[in-house]
Every structure is written in C-alpha cells, then in structure tokens.
Design a protein around this ligand. Structure first.
Ligand SMILES: NC(=O)c1ccc[n+]([C@@H]2O[C@H](COP(=O)([O-])OP(=O)(O)OC[C@H]3O[C@@H](n4cnc5c(N)ncnc54)[C@H](OP(=O)(O)O)[C@@H]3O)[C@@H](O)[C@H]2O)c1
Length: 326
C-alpha cells in the first residue's frame, strides 16, 4: 500500500498541533471514491475542530478539513456514473487536508467543464452557505436592506454578490479600508466599520432598520445586529468568528419588534443529494455566466496548514483560503 502525506492532529490545541505525516493511502470501498486532492478548503470549523470545541472536536488522531476538489483516482464497488479521471468537489467530508481522500459517492459533486478545480474547491462550503442564507433562511427580496458582516471574508464576499443578484441593498461591515474596497467591488452599496452599521442601516431604510442581518461574527456584533433590525426583521446568526453568543433571553425579540432569530448550519441545507446538487449547481452556473466572482485570497502548501489557520483566525485574510497538496 502506498503512502500519502496528510495533516494530522494528535492532540487539540493551537496551530502548532497541525503536523504533516505520512499515512497509508486509503482504498475505495463500496460506495466510495478515492480522490487525488487538488485543493482543500480552509474553514473556521477546521479551527474549532483543532481546538476541540463541541460539536467539532471528536476522536483523535484525525486528519482535519472537510472541503475540497480533485480528480477521481479509484472507484469503489457499487458506484455508477463516475470514472477515474473525473473532477469532483465536496463539502462535509472529513479528512480533506491530505493528498488523497475517500469521498462517499453520493457527496461527490461533478465539477462542470469550464469551472477551474480550485474555484470549485473554493465555493463548496462558503458558497453553498451564502446560497442557502439568502435564498432559504431569509429569501432576500428587491429593495430589502441587508446587513452583511465581515463582507470581505469567505462567506461575506459571496453573500454580498448573491444579495445584490436578488435586488437587496447591502450595508456591509469590514475592519480595514482594503477590505472595504473588496466589499464595494463585490457590490456592497454601503460599507462601514462595526461601530455604526446599525445607524447606517436605519438611515438607508428611511428609519425602519434592516430586513435581515447575516451575522457570522457572533459575540462582538450580536447586540448591535439585533438593534439594527426593523420590526419583524430576521436575525440570522450563522457563525462566531469573534466568539459564541451567550445564552439569550427570548423576551428581547418582543422588545426589539417581534423579531425572528435563527442559527442555521450548512449540514441541514445539503442533507440530501438533490439539495447538494441544486445549491452547488447554482454556484457553478453563476460562476460560468460571470455573475459570481470567486476570490481565492491565499493558497498554502499542505505543510503550511498551521499558517493558514493562524491567518484566518487573526482576521488577516480575505475571500477563500486553499491548501494545495502538490
Ligand atoms: N452556519 C454555517 O452554515 C456556516 C458556514 C460557513 C461558515 N460559518 C461561520 O461563519 C463565520 C465566518 O466564516 P468564513 O469562513 O466566511 O470566515 P471569514 O469571514 O473569511 O473570516 C472571519 C472574518 O470575521 C471578521 N471578524 C470580526 N471580528 C473578528 C474577530 N474578533 N476575530 C476574527 N474575525 C473577526 C474578520 O473580518 P474583518 O477583519 O473585516 O472584521 C474576519 O476576516 C465563521 O464563524 C464560520 O464558522 C458558518
């Protein structure tokens, strides 16, 4: 059995626990594909997994990462419609920080001709998230005032473009002028810092407040996000880049104007193959038509996974980060 290189976590902790190791190359079993990884996505949940935060921790040792794209190297028994050499992409598949990974065939998304393999890897998790947030969690309508936090980030840049496609008016937050410029290029109508987005959303909406706030920042923005909403507005808390939001008194929703609150996750929006293919199909078709620009903010060799996670956690990054195994 040949070896492959993979990033391994032997104990939970800081970025230093991400080490490169030789592992036996896995073999495709029934219903599985063995894939040569061209690019693996780096995501916040990988940091939580490294730190051992519930529910991402799990048993050790483990090869982290859940997203990527590559070329099928072997097809297991009972799999049809896929051949060696096909390009596929995935999200929600453990062990992606590696040269090779086993993919359940029903989680493998064919990468259409004309879509770059790295771009496919870059949109599977954050793109599908942005897609469900503005189409299903709160379907943005023409003229809605929409707050998008961390708009130069992985989800943020994609979400901003998708909200604009649906006719929303985007009030974006970023922490630097360079990030603000990226948010503007993605279509944000108004860009500000984290101190006055609520006042700006009120002003832009004629005093009413935002129809929805998409908040992946969490603890640092939560209270101001709630206060930025119009009566019956939607608080969509989808992440915790600044830390988790503490326990919450539901009475605050009444006082804030009969508000709605939800805490969605991608897994429940790509739970079956039809949904997975529909959401990723939207992404690939928008990319193909030039309606969705994908920013790969940085790439790292596999052995620099620690540096990639450090950069992401220290808010030094924009767009998508990818690990490239070769
Ligand atoms: N629920 C879901 O389905 C789902 C799916 C994907 C991601 N997420 C979550 O969404 C969040 C964003 O994910 P992402 O991958 O798109 O990350 P990202 O936006 O590329 O990076 C996080 C950004 O958050 C901003 N931020 C504000 N305060 C921060 C702080 N104290 N520490 C670190 N960053 C801070 C930074 O942008 P500025 O410098 O501009 O402030 C930073 O670049 C994460 O919590 C992730 O777990 C959830």
């Amino acid at each position: 059995m040949s070896d492959m290189r993979a990033v391994v976590i032997e104990r939970h902790g800081g970025p230093e626990v991400l080490t490169l190791a030789d592992r036996p190359s896995p073999e495709a079993g029934s219903g599985q594909l063995l894939v040569d990884v061209a690019a693996a996505g780096v995501n916040y949940m990988d940091i939580y997994q490294r730190q051992g935060l519930p529910p991402y921790g799990g048993n050790l040792p483990v090869v982290p990462g859940a997203e990527g794209a590559g070329t099928v190297a072997a097809v297991g028994a009972d799999v049809s419609g896929v051949a060696v050499g096909d390009r596929v992409a995935w999200t929600g598949v453990p062990g992606s920080y590696a040269e090779r990974v086993l993919i359940p065939a029903d989680r493998a998304v064919p990468v259409p001709d004309g879509i770059d393999t790295r771009v496919a890897a870059a949109v599977m998790l954050q793109g599908a998230t942005a897609q469900y947030l503005c189409h299903d969690t709160f379907p943005v309508a023409e003229g809605d005032v929409v707050v998008v936090h961390a708009a130069a980030g992985g989800v943020g840049l994609l979400l901003t473009q998708m909200v604009k496609r649906r006719g929303g008016i985007v009030v974006a937050t970023t922490s630097t002028t360079d990030k603000a410029e990226l948010a503007r290029q993605a279509g944000a109508d108004h860009v500000t810092g984290y101190d006055d987005f609520g006042a700006l959303a009120k002003q832009v909406s004629g005093g009413a407040g935002a129809a929805v706030v998409y908040d992946g920042v969490g603890a640092a923005t939560f209270d101001d996000s709630l206060a930025a909403l119009r009566p019956r507005g939607y608080m969509v808390l989808y992440g915790a880049a600044s830390g988790p939001v503490p326990p919450f008194d539901l009475q605050r929703l009444a006082a804030g104007g009969s508000l709605f609150i939800t805490r969605p996750t991608l897994a429940h929006h790509v739970a079956n193959r039809e949904e997975l293919l529909r959401r990723t199909g939207d992404l690939f078709s928008w990319i193909g038509q030039g309606q969705l620009q994908v920013r790969i903010g940085a790439t790292y060799p596999l052995e620099d996974a620690a540096r990639a996670q450090e950069d992401l956690g220290a808010r030094r990054t924009t767009g998508k980060l990818l690990l490239l195994p070769d």
